[in-house]
Design a protein around this ligand. Structure first.
Ligand code: SAM
Ligand code: DTB
Ligand code: SF4
Length: 325
């Protein structure tokens, strides 16, 4: 049963449990809904990089940041198809395409819809993250067969203004509502380690869990400190606090995939193992996130082997012939 009435006090109490009790509770709930030794893996591709008009303080792609990132125009379709094919061959089941836009224009959307169709033909699930959407744009994406739309709340409504000033928390909720109404699966989570307090982590999870339906996918990112961004010098977050946040997300949203997202390159195998124990059951796979590094596939394979974890496979009914016959 999904609950949508979590109070700050209840969530704060979960965060404050002795670590072992919290992990036991999270793992018990996790096992009720999922195979505890299985992870879903997705691969990311930046289809339009840099020169973004938004001022998100963590982001390498914001035009307001002083980063060395090369800007790129929207990628041609054949490059997208070859990246998705490589991702499928490496065992990824979902391909997530990200664009550094405040919002897509309708013309942009025509091109992205072509990409979605091509990735579907490979038998992979599709996800896109394109910034804010209008209601008709969300409906067009649904019609194209898109499986997931990623749009993160990022942090608590109270801390949000310290991170982003060019769009509001309410703008984000509006886009999520259009995605939900259109019938697309929602992927929404946040970033930890931006200098927020525990109460902000509590409020972020409360906002996510108290949506009319829980997001099907909840990415929890550890801030990747990018040189030249306003948040470059944020204090390091205790990895055990990161694990606690994953555990609380699992308890609040028992049927959602909780995604151990950005920041794994800087994380020890032991921290990642604790995240899986706390109920994380999906991650990004492949050596690149959007613009920053992710662990090499071979390092992840070793980790899976050490932990006895199996990667989810593409469902039989999705598999289509890829030889054009
Ligand atoms: N422009 C679109 C948007 O903001 O919705 C899509 C791309 S944006 C890069 C997707 C998400 O990646 C952000 O909402 C943020 O949560 C995460 N992200 C971006 N830069 C990050 C960083 N340096 N560390 C951790 N997560 C980051
Ligand atoms: C999400 O929550 N994390 C991913 C995905 N959704 C789009 C992106 C992480 C980006 C990390 C910084 C970068 O590589 O630019
Ligand atoms: Fe632009 Fe998205 Fe980066 Fe914000 S997070 S600056 S909207 S690409």
């Amino acid at each position: 049963m999904q609950r949508h009435d979590w109070s700050v006090e209840e969530i704060d109490e979960l965060f404050g449990l002795p670590f072992n009790d919290l992990l036991f509770q999270a793992q018990t709930i996790h096992r009720r809904h999922f195979d505890a030794n299985r992870v879903q893996v997705s691969t990311l591709l930046s289809i339009k990089t840099g020169a973004c008009p938004e001022d998100c303080g963590y982001c390498s792609q914001s035009a307001s940041s002083d980063t060395t990132l090369e800007r790129e125009k929207l990628l041609p379709l054949d490059e997208v198809i070859s990246a998705a094919t490589a991702a499928r061959e490496s065992g990824s089941t979902r391909f997530c395409m990200g664009a550094a836009w405040r919002n897509p224009t309708d013309k942009n959307l025509d091109r992205v819809i072509e990409m979605i169709g091509a990735v579907q033909e490979l038998g992979m699930e599709t996800c896109v993250t394109l910034g804010m959407l209008t209601q008709p744009q969300a409906q067009r994406l649904k019609k194209s067969g898109l499986d997931y739309y990623n749009h993160n709340l990022d942090t608590s409504p109270e801390f949000y203004g310290n991170v982003i000033t060019t769009r509001t928390f309410q703008n984000r909720l509006d886009t999520l509502a259009y995605v939900r109404e259109a019938g697309i699966n929602v992927c929404s989570g946040g970033i930890l380690g931006m200098g927020e307090q525990r109460r902000d982590r509590v409020r972020l999870l409360q906002e996510l869990a108290n949506q009319s339906k829980h997001p099907e996918s909840v990415p929890i990112n550890m801030l990747v400190k990018v040189e030249g961004t306003p948040l470059e010098h944020s204090d390091v977050l205790d990895p055990l606090e990161f694990v606690r946040t994953i555990a609380v997300a699992r308890i609040l949203m028992p049927e959602s995939y909780v995604r151990l997202s950005a920041g794994r390159t800087q994380m020890s195998d032991e921290t990642q193992a604790l995240c899986f124990l706390a109920g994380a059951n999906s991650m990004f796979y492949g050596e690149r996130l959007l613009t920053t590094d992710n662990p090499e596939a071979s390092r992840d394979q070793q980790l899976f082997q050490r932990l006895g974890l199996k990667m989810e496979q593409i469902e039989e009914e999705r598999k289509v012939c890829c030889h054009g016959c």
